[in-house]
Design a protein around this ligand. Structure first.
Ligand SMILES: [Fe+2]
Ligand SMILES: [Fe+2]
Length: 266
């Protein structure tokens, strides 16, 4: 027995959505995946996610979507969150925004569900180093974990600084099944199971076009660095890859047994 969890890194624009559509069934099959989680904060041409894209991604076989600093880029997501009130498993309820945003914001930072009869929880947090000054993600994690009954718990720590993500990994070690980092769009090679049984990686990486600067057309970003002039960011399209990790855990204890990195091209 056991439970196998696939976590897909930031899905960026149409190329990211296309590779998920094309390759997700094969990945799920090859790795005997039970539960699929993905970060969708860049699904809409790099900036945020719309209600219809949320549901499109769920239709491809994703169970829960996390997000991050781009969650408010498409304003219609606010109304979508409001409309989800009262149904704990609606698509809008399964799209998370970081839990440590100021109190009273639309949306939810934690989802609790069941897959193949195994209760699980997903928590979304955002870092504070080189990012907006939100509430303390460490204390918010403590508060949320107190209320979670499920043994299988996956945390997406959406953060810029490697040190902040590594710290959160140690802080949650033995309390969650997996703590994965997102946001930088650059995969790291430090995946491991920490001594307490928490699978950890600093960044899962981007699912989108790698012939780019973190998803955006490289000429535009280069021009920004060379001139300091504002420019419009457009999504790139070349060298599309899907970056993810697969965690194998004991569903009765929630302890991770293995974490593996996945990077595949379209
Ligand atoms: Fe992102
Ligand atoms: Fe981000």
């Amino acid at each position: 027995m056991g439970m196998r969890i696939l976590f897909i890194g930031d899905i960026f624009g149409r190329p990211g959505r296309a590779i998920v559509k094309e390759r997700l069934p094969g990945v799920v099959n090859d790795h005997s995946v039970d539960l699929v989680i993905a970060n969708g904060e860049n699904a809409a041409a790099g900036f945020g996610i719309t209600p219809s894209l949320t549901e499109e991604l769920f239709d491809l076989g994703i169970d829960v979507l996390t997000s991050g600093n781009h969650i408010w880029d498409k304003r219609e997501i606010i109304e979508y969150f409001h409309a989800a009130d009262g149904n704990p498993h609606s698509p809008a309820r399964r799209l998370l925004r970081p839990a440590n945003y100021p109190p009273g914001m639309p949306g939810w930072g934690m989802y609790q569900g069941k897959k193949k009869d195994v209760p699980y929880a997903v928590v979304n947090l955002q870092g504070r180093v080189f990012m907006a000054s939100n509430d303390d993600p460490f204390r918010i994690a403590d508060q949320l974990l107190k209320d979670i009954k499920a043994k299988v718990v996956v945390v997406d720590m959406h953060a810029e600084a490697t040190s902040e993500k590594i710290s959160m990994g140690w802080y949650l070690d033995g309390r969650v099944t997996a703590m994965v980092g997102t946001h930088t769009h650059v995969p790291t090679a430090d995946e491991r199971v920490l001594p307490g049984g928490t699978a950890y990686i600093t960044d899962v990486g981007m699912t989108g076009p790698y012939e780019s600067v973190i998803g955006v057309r490289k000429e535009l970003i280069l021009d920004r660095f060379l001139t300091n002039m504002p420019s419009r960011f457009e999504p790139a399209s070349g060298d599309v890859r899907l970056c993810a990790i697969v965690v194998d855990c004991d569903e009765t204890t929630g302890r991770a047994r293995e974490i593996k990195r996945v990077m595949i091209s379209l």
